[in-house]
Each structure stands twice: as C-alpha cells, then as structure tokens.
Design a protein around this ligand. Sequence first.
Ligand SMILES: Cc1cc2nc3c(=O)[nH]c(=O)nc-3n(C[C@H](O)[C@H](O)[C@H](O)COP(=O)(O)O)c2cc1C
Length: 238
Amino acid sequence: MKAIARTDRSRFSPAERRGVYRAIYERRDIRSQFLSRPVADRVLGRLLDAAHHGPSVGFMQPWDFILIRDGAVRRSIHQCFLEANRHASERYSGQRRTLYDSLKLAAILEAPVNLCITCDRERPLGNGLGRQTDPTTDLYSTACAIENLWLAARAESLGVGWVSILDFDRLRELLAIPARAVPVAYLCVGYVSSFPTSPMLESAGWERRQNLKRLIHFDRWGTLDEQRAAGMLATDKS
Ligand SMILES: Cc1cc2nc3c(=O)[nH]c(=O)nc-3n(C[C@H](O)[C@H](O)[C@H](O)COP(=O)(O)O)c2cc1C
C-alpha cells in the first residue's frame, strides 16, 4: 500500500502534466495588456516562493527580490528606460528603426508591481560548488529562478514583462543595489486583459520562432537530422 502511494506521488497525473505544459506554452512577455487591478501580497508571495525554489549552483540561492510599488521610484526607472531606449533605437536605421520605434518595450508605469531580481555574486552559500570552473553559473541560477516566477505568474493569470533596456548603473543607484549584486532582471507584473497567443515580437514582424528541427544535433554539433528530430517532436503532449 505504502509503495503505491510513493509511486503515485512521484508521478504527475495527465491533468497536472497538461497544466505544466499549458503554463509553459501560454507564458508570454507582457507589455501592452496590463490592468491597474492590484496584486495581493499573498499572491506575490507565491511567485517569490516559486522563484526561491529554482535550481541554483551549489544551492547558492544567489537571488534577492526588490519589490517596487512606489510611483516615484517607478517614474525614475521609467525615465531611465526612455533614455536607454532612445540610445537603443539609434542603433537601427530604415524600416527596422521604424519598426523598433513602434514597439512597446516596457510597462513600468502601467504594471502595478515592478520587481528587480538581483544576483549576489559573493553569497557564500554553496561554498563555490559548481562555480570553481564557471563562476557565471550564479547568474544562470538567478535566470532559472526568474523563469520559475514567470511560469508561476502565468498559472496565477498574472502577466510579466522583462525590461532589459535600462542603464544598469543608474538602476543600481536608484534602487541602492550594492556593488556585489547584479540586477539580472527588471520585471513588470500585473493582471492582464489577455495573454496573446504568440510573442509580440513575432506578431509585430520583428522575429520569428525558429524551426526546432533545425536546432537538434545528435552526439556532436553539426549533425542535424530533421527527419529524426521530426519523429521526436511528433510526441503527444496530452
Ligand atoms: C533576458 C530577457 C530580456 C528581455 N528584455 C526585454 C525588453 O527589454 N523589452 C521587451 O519588450 N521584451 C524583453 N524581453 C522579452 C522577449 O522579447 C520575449 O521573451 C520574446 O520576444 C518571446 O516572447 P514571449 O516571452 O512572449 O514568448 C526579454 C526577455 C528576456 C528573456
């Protein structure tokens, strides 16, 4: 009897599995659809706890979370975005520039909650395990925590938009982030009017999703086999 219970706990039911895939496929980067409806602290707490359960190198848990609701702070960060975005725009020309300028790339003021997730590069936890060969794995760990949060947010019907178009030195000043910590992500979080079915950058004609069949190599780089890959990808996700 006990053995059966253990087996059951180790498996996801088909409905649970579908739920996980649904969150993955229906997660979107949100910029235009935010509602002003407030987000309860206990819901945010669940998102932060999901992030805190992300994998981390050596179990280092290098992350900190700065929760930002204050209008004045958000306005100063929005200003920082506007300036960085102007510089970014100048790197394009012609039609690409026109398209770039038409994109909405941040919702710092529209989203009721902003969240800066940092990576403390000097956190002693983990005693360096896994970082002796690659010290940047603490940054990857923080990115894993962020993706956990993003997926949990989708399951909570909350949208998340990642803003990387910022002057990060200025962001550090504005949020009093110490030198040892790296701001990895600046996120806008809130309820949304809808979740688009495809990435905004795809529907706007900026970029298209690549064909996965052309990205799977077998045993070594450069051994693409589209037919073999197609066989793998035909698997039923239900
Ligand atoms: C590291 C990172 C930085 C990003 N920075 C921005 C950004 O500054 N502005 C923006 O509009 N989207 C940003 N995005 C969102 C991507 O554009 C988006 O994830 C991608 O177009 C795919 O769309 P989807 O997330 O809806 O699937 C960022 C995403 C990641 C992972």
